[in-house]
Write a protein that binds this ligand. Structure first.
Ligand SMILES: NC(=O)c1ccc[n+]([C@@H]2O[C@H](COP(=O)([O-])OP(=O)(O)OC[C@H]3O[C@@H](n4cnc5c(N)ncnc54)[C@H](OP(=O)(O)O)[C@@H]3O)[C@@H](O)[C@H]2O)c1
Length: 369
């Protein structure tokens, strides 16, 4: 069984001695993780983009990134399969061993197969209803399920797509999608059942850890319908997995235009109102930021007041990523990159230490003036 280990990730980090800045690698969950991870969400569903992603993942691992993030539905399973191709090349060419890399994926949304089917209902019937994996009614909004038997099938599909026998982090994908249609009580019942299955998959060795990857859930106010309480999620995990439960990671968007995790006090831990980042730290949950450059939109025209405290870096994309990886409480800045040129530009940051707390603070003072 191969997966990320302390020994493997320390070996990877050691190879970058003299090439990676202090604090590019962080020790979390007893693993050395790069402060930038490669994401694989956006892009067309065609062979050319598949090849570009395989090349980008390969190159990112060569340049100091040992965290790879995907989801089964990204580009209709093509992103997972492109990662599979990259991982085989990485192993064959001795670029990195499996135990040096943290591989993360997500399940929840209908994955489809390489392209959008012409008849979605027929696709669901053939792949899920007839094999006894799900009922039509299991899919909220016609596209999202987190029942144990559905997630079980999705974990197996993801392992097959990437040619792995174990995924390091398995996220329930956007669980808040269910809150539009079911009561909070029913939602918690479903999430608890999902966590029970994920604990079972940990015991079987198919996943190492799990968590929730969200879009709005952790950013909105406490009275919003799609709101997620992190302490409640941890409590549910503890109920099913005991103190050694595997709920260790969360993912939410965080970037220069979406700073809620740092500033909105929307979590209550032991009676105290905390920000999401403070709550995660108090609860021992690792935070990965998604959409670190807001899908490219905060990677241009940044004002001098933002650029200067973050080190007057060569490009705005680097500056935007530097903001995220320098934020206290964020371990990983996930950046979607399907182009080699973007990998090379962004990973120049491997050599740059994250901004010091006093410089980071100055950013807020200057912007606030
Ligand atoms: N709910 C969730 O769970 C959720 C939601 C969103 C994202 N995520 C995860 O987080 C990852 C990152 O988020 P994201 O991909 O949505 O957005 P992002 O990282 O903010 O932006 C990715 C986009 O920026 C472009 N880009 C990268 N480097 C650039 C540069 N130096 N200059 C200009 N453009 C650049 C990429 O282009 P190329 O592809 O052409 O290189 C891509 O179009 C995702 O890939 C995914 O793994 C999770």
């Amino acid at each position: 069984m191969a997966y990320a280990t302390l020994e493997g990730t320390a070996r990877y980090k050691e190879r970058f001695r003299g090439r990676a800045a202090e604090n590019h690698f962080r020790l979390e969950e007893n693993l050395w993780l790069s402060s930038i991870g490669i994401g694989t969400y956006l892009g067309d569903w065609d062979d050319e983009t598949d090849e570009r992603y395989s090349e980008a993942v390969f190159h990112a691992v060569e340049l100091g990134v040992n965290v790879i993030d995907t989801a089964i539905n990204y580009r209709f399973q093509r992103s997972e399969r492109s990662i599979g191709v990259a991982l085989r090349r990485i192993a064959e060419q001795g670029v990195a061993a499996r135990d040096e890399l943290l591989i993360c994926t997500k399940g929840g949304y209908l994955p489809f197969d390489s392209e959008r089917p012409r008849d979605v209902r027929a696709y669901v019937e053939e792949n899920f209803v007839r094999p006894g994996i799900a009922e039509f009614s299991d899919f909220i909004g016609g596209s999202h399920s987190m029942t144990p038997r559905y997630l079980q099938s999705q974990i197996d599909w993801s392992l097959r797509n990437m040619g792995l026998d174990c995924v390091d982090v398995y996220y329930v994908h956007n669980p808040e999608a269910q809150l539009g249609e079911v009561s909070r009580e029913e939602f918690e019942r479903r999430l608890r059942a999902a966590f029970e299955l994920l604990e079972q998959k940990r015991a079987e060795g198919k996943i190492r850890m799990y968590g929730a990857a969200t879009w709005n859930g952790f950013r909105v106010g406490m009275d919003e319908k799609g709101y997620h309480s992190l302490p409640r999620m941890v409590e549910l995990a503890r109920e099913v997995g005991g103190d050694d439960h595997g709920f260790r990671f969360i993912q939410l968007p965080f970037n220069l235009a979406m700073p809620e995790a740092l500033i909105a006090r929307n979590q209550v831990v032991n009676g105290e109102r905390l920000t999401l980042l403070e709550a995660a730290s108090a609860l021992g949950v690792t935070v990965a930021a998604s959409a670190s450059i807001l899908q490219g939109r905060v990677a241009r025209n940044l004002p001098e007041e933002v650029r200067q405290p973050l080190g007057s870096l060569a490009t705005d994309a680097q500056t935007a990523i530097q903001f995220v990886r320098s934020t206290p409480g964020i371990t990983l800045a996930l950046v979607g990159m399907s182009r080699r040129a973007h990998v090379e530009e962004n990973l120049q940051l491997v050599r740059v230490p994250p901004a010091l707390p006093e410089d980071y603070q100055q950013l807020f003072e200057q912007v606030g003036e």
